[in-house]
Design a protein. Sequence first.
Length: 89
Amino acid sequence: MTPELAVEVLRQALLATFWLGAPLLAIGFAAGILVSLIQITTSIQDAAFNAVPRLAAFLAGLLLLMPWMFKRMSMYAITILGDLGRYAR
């Protein structure tokens, strides 16, 4: 395996990880901002009030995005495993 090919494989892996994680991070960010705004307006400073809605948003996002994430991961795995002969050189 040449150094350029190794860098390309690593780049593909990092991009796949980014595209899989970005939607869930965006959902968590939006939920955190929304909960913080609600806490500011109502003056509620309970830690559970901050954590529970954010975890629920992550869970809902994970359940809704799971088919897309599995499709994306399987496409990546097929691409990598389909080129195994190229990596062995």
